[in-house]
Design a protein around this ligand. Structure first.
Ligand SMILES: [Zn+2]
Length: 246
């Protein structure tokens, strides 16, 4: 698998990082995980053709993880994309997104390509030729549960495990805290957000679980991003355009 960090900012916008987005190539698939604002521009700056993306997977619907989708789709239309696009959204979100996209004139019958919105929930929800994606629920949006009925919204939020052959990569996306950090033992790589998680806490857990490499993303502006070691594991900090091969 090859991972390119497309956006590594936290929820607070900054000038040198786009909002959350990861590009995964593996087993013949090219998938964008999260698509925060600025993802399209960052993809172009990394010389990645947005029309190579076959699927977009959104961990949760905070704007810093999904607000880049409409502009990306507009680009696909203007560059006359033909191949279909699949968008995977947490369960309960797709009908609201469909209405929103219709009002943005991203109408299936007007676009040069077909797109499909798919709800996913806990467990294995995507399987390519040799790459699979498992969703692990987390409590990041727990504090919205009291609003779910009143506003008819979803409070679903997920972390992911990507598996290609014997290799697995864990991506936390956004969490409530350490209670949600659940990488599989001996994963090749753990990508962890560091807005809601302490660096030393995450490295401690990585050491316990024998995780081979840890990269922090979702980086707040005040974060010290110097590589540092703890419990024999080095904390690396992602930047837009960072590439990792696992
Ligand atoms: Zn976020």
């Amino acid at each position: 698998m090859k991972i390119t960090f497309i956006g590594t900012a936290s929820g607070l916008s900054v000038t040198d990082r786009a909002h959350a987005s990861l590009y995964i190539e593996g087993g013949g698939s090219r998938i964008l995980i999260d698509c925060g604002e600025g993802a399209l521009r960052s993809l172009l700056m990394q010389n990645i053709d947005p029309n190579d993306i076959s699927a977009i997977v959104i961990s949760h619907t905070h704007p810093d993880h999904c607000a880049g989708i409409p502009t990306l789709m507009q680009y696909m239309h203007l560059t006359e994309r033909e191949k279909p696009l699949n968008i995977y959204l947490p369960q309960g979100v797709s009908s609201a997104f469909r209405k929103y996209f219709d009002q943005l004139y991203l109408l299936n019958e007007k676009l040069t390509f077909d797109y499909r919105m798919n709800d996913y929930t806990e467990g294995l929800f995507w399987r390519g030729d040799n790459l699979s994606i498992e969703a692990v629920p987390n409590l990041h949006l727990e504090h919205y549960i009291e609003y779910v009925e009143r506003y008819r919204i979803s409070a679903a939020s997920f972390s992911f495990i990507f598996v290609e052959g014997d290799n697995s990569i864990y991506y936390s996306a956004d969490l409530k805290g350490m209670v949600d950090l659940k990488p599989p033992s001996r994963a090749e790589l753990m990508i962890v957000e560091c807005t809601h998680i302490g660096i030393e806490d995450a490295l401690n857990l990585a050491a316990d679980k024998r995780i081979k490499r840890v990269i922090f993303t979702h980086i707040p502006p005040e974060m010290d991003t110097t590589n540092r070691s703890f419990e024999g594991i080095t904390a690396e900090f992602a930047y837009d355009g960072m590439e990792v091969i696992v």
